[in-house]
Design a binder for this molecule. Structure first.
Ligand code: ATP
Ligand code: MG
Length: 423
């Protein structure tokens, strides 16, 4: 059998790649308008970065990492997420020496060894934002507002931001105690994963997808019940800023993000229509992470958005129904000499930034005209032996069918004018 792509990966082909390009372009526009700059970090990193940065008890680190030994016997991991890498780069390149906060974004593939299903891949793409060096609730609101603004520009509807505060290490300790007390007598009813979480990271039991565990934790104390005054004021301020910005949010006290490093604000954006994997974006504040990877104490907040899921939502909501014209003009040259002259004319037009292409298969006039229509071209420049001898070519408007004869030495001028009028 012919070689196939690895399970859980995709070939993004012409026809849908335009949707990706449109989404990425919109993302870059929003980031530019909000004053965020792009960062590109390596696709693989020392395994330890994710073990420390994402956290030993997370599903990502425990089950999902693509880890391998390189030829120098170093343990490397294909990045499963972007935040740890961005923080590593922040520390390594001493970005904290710049005026704060540092506002960064990234777009690119991530890798997780998961069971592939609809909306869940082994290589998928994330757009993410990280703001480092600012602890004000204003930043939390700005970052969530950026997500919201992107969805508005894309025309997505029916989205809801789920918000919670998971507190700081101080109030988290109180919560941990109360939660363990609540669960102590019911520990045996929890799934194996949660029994393990009981000591290491009981908060994550609230996030377990197992229905038994959800039933057991139904009335459990939430982090909102135990917020310290500082975390509580912070959360209230975020909520009031978001309300003022018109962001549709819902406080969900059971929302716990999958990563270990979150503090205070945690959020997720859900869209019902794309099925079981309805989370299109997740994020939160991580005031302890930079220190965890041996950088200077630095507050941080960010999110990551799954682009496959955003595209699925755009498709379900019918945002991609318009067919885009592909090409402005086609050059149709018939015969060897016309081909030479045509090629040189096409090159001159391309040098002026005019979109034009020509038949590469030596086909008949009829076949070339058909191809021009298929490409959605607006004009055909037709050049046969007879026209060449008279120093002219035919400019055919493919929408109206009108055709005019134009001197070859006026070609650039006339075609440029047509193109300018179109744009
Ligand atoms: P999930 O609960 O769906 O596994 P997660 O908590 O693991 O999500 P994050 O690590 O927060 O996800 O990643 C942020 C976003 O990236 C998710 O909201 C989702 O849109 C997307 N995402 C995560 N894992 C995958 C995957 N395997 N395939 C496609 N998209 C993904
Ligand atoms: Mg996951």
């Amino acid at each position: 059998m012919a070689i196939q792509r690895p399970k859980g990966t995709q070939d993004l082909l012409p026809g849908t790649i335009e949707q990706w390009q449109y989404l990425e372009e919109t993302i870059r526009n929003v980031c530019r308008d909000f004053g965020y700059e792009e960062i590109r970090t390596p696709m693989f990193e020392a395994t330890e970065l994710f073990q420390r940065g994402v956290g030993q008890t997370t599903d990502i680190v425990k089950k999902e990492m693509y880890t391998f030994l390189d030829k120098g016997d170093r343990s490397m991991t294909l990045r499963p997420e972007g935040t740890a890498s961005v923080c590593r780069a922040y520390v390594e390149n001493k970005l904290y020496g710049q005026p704060l906060p540092v506002k960064l974004y990234y777009v690119g593939p991530m890798f997780r060894y998961e069971r592939p299903q609809s909306g869940r891949f082994r290589q998928f793409h994330q757009f993410g934002v990280e703001v480092l060096g600012a602890d004000q609730p204003l930043v939390d609101a700005e970052v969530i507002n950026l997500v919201w603004n992107l969805y508005q520009r894309l025309g997505l509807v029916g989205l809801e931001v789920h918000l919670n505060s998971v507190g700081c290490p101080k109030c988290r300790a109180t919560h941990r105690e109360q939660l363990q007390k609540f669960l102590a007598t019911r520990k045996a009813e929890l799934c194996n994963d949660c029994q393990e979480r009981f000591e290491r990271n009981p908060l994550r039991i609230l996030d377990c997808k197992n229905p038994h565990c959800q039933a057991v934790t139904g009335g459990a104390p939430t982090t909102l019940d135990t917020l310290c005054p500082d975390c509580s004021t912070h959360f209230e301020k975020v909520l009031s800023l978001l309300a003022g910005a018109g962001v549709a949010y819902r406080v969900n006290p059971r929302l716990v993000r999958g990563l270990d490093y979150y503090t205070k604000t945690a959020f997720e954006v859900m869209v019902e229509e794309i099925g079981a994997q309805s989370a299109i974006c997740g994020g939160g504040r991580y005031d302890g992470l930079v220190e965890e990877i041996e950088g200077p104490a630095t507050p941080g907040i960010g999110f990551a958005m799954g682009l496959e899921r955003v595209l699925a939502a755009l498709q379900v909501q019918g945002k991609f129904n318009k067919k885009q014209p592909k090409q402005f003009a086609m050059l149709i040259a018939l015969g060897d000499k016309a081909q030479n002259r045509g090629f040189s004319l096409m090159s001159a037009l391309r040098a002026r930034g005019i979109p034009i292409s020509m038949d590469l298969l030596g086909r008949s006039l009829k076949a070339q005209l058909k191809a021009a229509n298929r490409e959605g071209a607006e004009f055909a420049l037709i050049l046969g032996e007879e026209e060449l001898e008279r120093g002219v070519f035919l400019l055919r408007d493919l929408t109206s069918g009108d055709q005019v004869e134009i001197p070859l030495d006026k070609a650039i001028e006339v075609v440029s004018m047509k193109h300018q009028r179109g744009v």
